[in-house]
Design a protein around this ligand. Structure first.
Ligand SMILES: [Zn+2]
Length: 282
């Protein structure tokens, strides 16, 4: 077609028809191609905006004093809470969420550990009321030969009543193995020795230590580490706002008072951690 404009020779009628028909199809094709592009570009912009908003939200530290009773009792959905983040698969064995400040501190600790050839893997992080209830019920059925008090005490050796677990808060992690003996030799011992020496520098403390100094509650757990700068605030709130009557909704919950669940288990941590008052600065 272009040659006609270049040569400036008059076109015949048929050639003119052919020219305009061709031009019509070219324009039609161009206009069809343009529309989907426009829609795509709108979608792209929206997706980018949404993604950006999500990232920005995660970067805004939540006012840690804005704590509710439902939160400390585990009655909330951490997966849709913007202050919680998913742990990368290289540091976890399944889908695990943590409070984002806790996760940042964990990443620093895990990287420092890696430099010393220690691998830290999170086996369990945040658990809500219902997930804790599933654990409780499974063990409740396992010990069905015992009376309700003995049954609860047996479970309480290592597991919490729903609404009383530090795992509700997104501040506590179980690392590498759920077996104390793993940490007594070889790789496990090297990992535990490293944690004892360095974890406090990153804000993590073993809260269920041996009971030689009169600590009450759960048995020793060498795998359970708590980010105390934040957890201590949640524990303060718990002690000021939660009563035994708030612990309900599962088999055996009526025993919470007699078993001194809040006094001996929720507060069954070493004295130096109870006194922890250092403010956390990210
Ligand atoms: Zn634990």
């Amino acid at each position: 077609m272009i040659e006609y404009f270049i040569s400036l020779r008059p076109m015949s009628c048929n050639k003119m028809k052919l020219f305009f028909i061709s031009l019509f199809f070219i324009l039609l094709q161009t206009s069809c191609n343009d529309k989907p592009k426009e829609i795509l570009s709108v979608v792209d912009t929206n997706t980018k905006t949404e993604a950006k908003t999500k990232i920005e939200k995660k970067n805004i530290p939540k006012d840690t004093l804005n704590i509710t009773s439902d939160f400390v009792l585990g009655k909330f959905d951490y997966k849709s809470d913007s202050t919680f983040v998913k742990v990368e698969s290289r540091y976890s064995v399944k889908e695990i969420y943590l409070n984002h400040l806790v996760y940042q501190a964990f990443l620093k600790m895990a990287k420092a550990a890696k430099r010393d050839s220690i691998d830290l893997k999170i086996l369990s992080g945040t658990r809500n009321f219902y997930e804790q209830k599933a654990i409780w019920n499974r063990k409740w059925n396992r010990y069905s030969n015992l009376n309700p008090t003995e049954r609860s005490k047996k479970i309480l050796e290592y597991s919490s009543m729903p609404s009383t677990s530090r795992h509700h808060w997104g501040t506590d992690i179980d690392l590498n193995s759920l077996n104390n003996s793993y940490f007594n030799t070889g790789k496990g011992l090297r990992t535990y020795t490293w944690l004892k020496e360095h974890a406090n520098n990153f804000g993590f403390y073993q809260v269920y230590t041996n009971k030689n100094n009169g600590r009450t509650g759960y048995n020793e757990e060498k795998w359970h580490w708590s980010f105390v700068p934040l957890a201590s605030k949640y524990l303060d709130f718990y002690n000021s706002n939660i009563k035994t009557e708030d612990i309900s909704g599962f088999e055996g919950s009526q025993l919470a008072k007699d078993l001194r669940i809040i006094e001996d288990f929720v507060n069954g941590i070493p004295n130096e951690i109870k006194k922890y008052k250092k403010q956390y600065t990210p």
